[in-house]
Each structure stands twice: as structure tokens, then as C-alpha cells.
Ligand binder design. Structure first.
Ligand code: AMP
Ligand code: GLY
Length: 413
């Protein structure tokens, strides 16, 4: 099978790497890719946001399957443009990607499907925001309605900061605060059959101890030894399957990767958000432990035949990813800082390096984005994997590099 991965990030590198290791895959192409992806795929300089350009590339390469990685092209309908050419695509239509593209749409679907989530009010004026804040009380949760790369949400006990964030958005959702640990539970679906993956957890704040602003994610691990028994079955029954069924009922079936961000609150499991694509960096440790070829699952989801593909199974042990970010992240990103040590890190036992915001400057590997790379390690348990991941991080350096030192630190194996 010939495949084409669309995107430039760590998630796309992890997907391309898994496809490159898949015996059923003969060619892996990527557009536009990054220097890490170039090691496992042939790169093409095509705008990932242009449906016609991506579709034309897929046709000219004669690929069997296109995997659209990031949310922005999905919401823009890039998967539709490829599907219109008769090529199988892993990733939802633009209409179905509204599950991520609009928090208000996601809330409406959850309500219709009786999926447990935080009570919320959609506001379009400052006075509506003010009264919603007073209704729920602190801590305040204020979300930009549109796509914001994980940075559109403010959780604060300051009413003033909550109002200030709302003032910068067109439409905002103000919602009830959810306590309790967060879990990322992904499912592969063809619009009917739903295969949950192993639960993972990511670390959203920039600094140790969950301090500082939200980021796209600074690290992740899987599995979760502390997760309640039966969690996956419960979420499949109460969240994933009802959501997929409701999307089909509306005439906008969802196929691809449905990402449920969950809070395990004292009052039960609640959905924090849906995403319409693989989570980053959770995908990196998940794919490191997937004990099945990836392409049949992606192809089954893309062609409505997932029920005929065996459900995914997982290697024993655990995997941990630690993100290294550039100076200034998440407010800004520093470009052009020379990165050293990735080969040394990648040659450590059970360690590999996944590139996100990297570029080549002559012979030098340099930073080219906020999240620069992730060091991913597997091990017999979470602490063993964590120790190896940090050995990899220690081998890599670039000016201004930031990483959290407490990814998966408090997880008992
Ligand atoms: P989202 O973009 O909706 O995933 O939100 C990003 C992060 O903000 C989440 O992972 C949570 O850490 C936090 N968050 C979002 N909504 C809530 C909520 N209702 N209660 C508490 N924390 C939240
Ligand atoms: N890791 C969070 C996300 O991908 O949105």
C-alpha cells in the first residue's frame, strides 16, 4: 500500500514512522513534512491547507491512502477534496471535524447524544460572559469557540483575567470547572465501528507542577496504571459510540480519530473536549506501544470496513514522551537555534526522537517552531520508560530549550 501523510508535526512524524515500519506499506510520502519525517518518508512541498493541491499530489503519486494529521486542514475540508478524487482518506470531513472546530457544535452533539460534559453557556457579548462567570463561580473556564491550537482556553480564579480572555475572542464558551485527573482516550472509527485505544495522559501546562499557561502538550505517557478498571468500556459506551452514532444520525458521519479529552471528576467521567485527529504528543507513546500494523486500521476506518480489521492490541510495558520546546513557547517560538544530540539520543536503547518544529539550515538541524521535538522511550513500566526518555532529553541541546522535568514523575507503575 502507498500512503501519504499530510502535516509537519510530531504526530505526523509518529504516524509516518509507524507506516514505514508496517510490512503492508510499500511507500510513505509526506507533505510538507520535516527533517525527521524525511528519514522515513519522501517529502513533497505542498500546502497542507489546500484541498485541491493535496488531492492532486495524492493522484499524481497514485497513493492508496491519505492520512490528514492536523485539525486545521481537516476543518478546512482537505479530506473531502481527496475523497472526491476516489482516494481513501483517514480523517473526517470538514463537516464532521466541526466536533473540534467549534466548541458550541461539540456541546450540541454531546447534548443530543446524552454524553456527560461540563455545563456551558455560549456567549457573544461581555455582559453575557459576566453573568455566565457569576453563574458558575470560580475557578472560571473561558474557551474561544474556534480552533486555537490548545491555547484558546483559560482556567483562572481571577474574574478579571477571565473577562480579559473573553474580550479577545469573537464567541466564547464559559463553562463549569471540572476537577479530577485528565485522560486522553482516542478511538479509531469508520463512522459505525469504534475501536478505543489505550488511555494516555498528557501534560498541558508549560512548567513543572502544572504551572504556567496551556500549551499544545509538553509530554505524555501510556498506559495509565492508576486508571479505574472498566474506564475504556465505560467511555466507549457513554461517550465514543453515542457521539459517533449521533454524527451519523445527523448525516455527517465521523470517520478517523476521535479524541475524547476526559476529566475523571468526583461526580463521574466528563468530556472536556473532542478533537478530530490524533493528539500530540499522546500519539507518540501510543504508536510506540501499538502491537499491530497501523495501515489496516487506518484503511479500515477510511473505507467503512473497520469491523473486518482486528481491534488494536498493545505491547506490554509503557511509553513516555517528553517534549522539548523552543525559547519563548508558548507565547512565541524561537527559530534557527542549532540543535545537537538527536542522533545520540536516538541511539539509546528503546529511545527514539520525533521531530515537530525542526528545519535544516545547511547541514545544521535548527528549531523552527514552538514544540521542537519529543523524546519517546518505551520500558517495562512507566518509570523505566520515563528514565530512558529523560536520558534522551539530556543528550539533546539547543539555545533556550525548555522541557518539563516532571512528565509522568508521579505515576506509580
Ligand atoms: P481544551 O482546549 O478544551 O482541551 O482545554 C484545554 C485544557 O484546559 C484542558 O486539557 C484542561 O486542562 C483545561 N480545561 C478545559 N475545560 C475545563 C473545565 N471545564 N474544567 C477544568 N479544566 C478545563
Ligand atoms: N495533546 C493535546 C492535543 O493534541 O490537543
Amino acid at each position: 500500500m502507498k500512503t501519504l501523510v499530510i502535516g509537519t508535526g510530531g504526530r505526523e512524524h509518529a504516524l509516518a514512522r509507524a507506516l514505514a515500519h508496517d510490512p503492508g506499506v510499500t511507500e510513505v510520502h509526506a507533505a510538507p513534512g520535516n527533517p525527521g519525517i524525511a528519514a522515513v518518508a519522501t517529502l513533497h512541498d505542498v500546502d497542507p491547507m489546500s484541498g485541491p493541491a493535496v488531492a492532486e499530489l495524492a493522484v499524481s503519486l497514485g497513493v492508496d491512502l491519505v492520512v490528514v494529521g492536523p485539525e486545521a486542514p481537516l476543518v478546512a475540508g482537505v479530506a473531502d477534496a481527496v475523497r472526491d478524487k476516489g482516494i481513501a482518506v483517514f480523517g473526517p470531513s470538514g463537516a464532521a471535524a466541526q466536533l473540534e472546530g467549534s466548541k458550541a457544535f461539540a456541546k450540541a452533539v454531546m447534548e443530543a447524544a446524552s454524553v456527560p460534559t461540563a455545563a456551558a453557556v455560549l456567549c457573544s457579548s461581555v455582559s453575557e460572559v459576566a453573568s455566565a462567570l457569576d453563574r458558575f463561580g470560580p475557578p472560571y473556564v473561558v474557551k474561544d469557540d474556534g480552533l486555537a491550537a490548545g491555547k484558546g482556553v483559560v482556567v483562572t480564579s481571577s474574574r478579571e483575567d477571565a473577562l480579559a480572555h473573553a474580550a479577545g475572542c469573537d464567541r466564547v464558551v464559559v463553562e463549569e470547572y471540572l476537577d479530577g485527573p485528565e485522560v486522553s482516550l482516542f478511538a479509531i472509527t469508520d463512522g459505525t465501528t469504534v475501536y478505543p485505544l489505550q488511555p494516555a495522559q498528557d501534560f498541558k501546562r508549560i512548567f513543572d507542577g502544572d504551572a504556567g499557561p496551556n500549551t499544545g502538550g509538553m509530554g505524555a505517557y501510556t498506559p495509565l496504571p492508576w486508571a479505574p478498571e472498566g474506564l475504556v468500556g465505560e467511555v466507549l459506551r457513554d461517550v465514543l459510540q453515542p457521539t459517533v452514532d449521533e454524527m451519523a444520525r445527523r448525516g455527517t458521519p465521523f470517520s478517523g480519530l476521535l479524541y475524547a479529552g476526559l476529566a475523571l471528576t468526583s461526580r463521574g467521567t466528563r468530556v472536556i473536549e473532542f478533537n478530530a485527529r490524533w493528539g500530540d504528543p499522546e500519539t507518540q507513546p501510543l504508536l510506540a506501544l501499538l502491537d499491530a500494523p497501523l495501515s489496516p486500521l487506518l484503511m479500515g476506518a477510511a473505507t467503512g470496513t473497520l469491523a473486518s480489521v482486528p481491534a488494536p492490541v498493545w505491547k506490554d510495558g509503557a511509553a513516555v514522551a517528553v517534549v522539548m520546546a523552543s525559547a519563548g513557547y508558548p507565547e512565541s517560538a524561537s527559530r534557527g537555534d542549532v540543535i545537537t544530540g538527536t542522533d545520540a539520543a536516538g541511539s539509546l536503547d528503546r529511545v527514539h526522537v520525533i521531530h515537530a518544529g525542526t528545519a535544516l539550515d545547511g547541514a545544521d538541524l535548527v528549531t523552527a517552531g514552538g514544540r521542537v521535538l519529543a523524546v519517546v522511550a518505551t520500558g517495562g513500566d512507566v518509570q523505566a520508560a520515563r528514565a530512558s526518555a529523560y536520558d534522551g532529553v539530556a543528550a539533546i541541546s539547543f539555545p533556550g530549550a525548555q522541557h518539563r522535568s516532571d512528565i509522568a514523575a508521579h505515576v506509580e507503575s
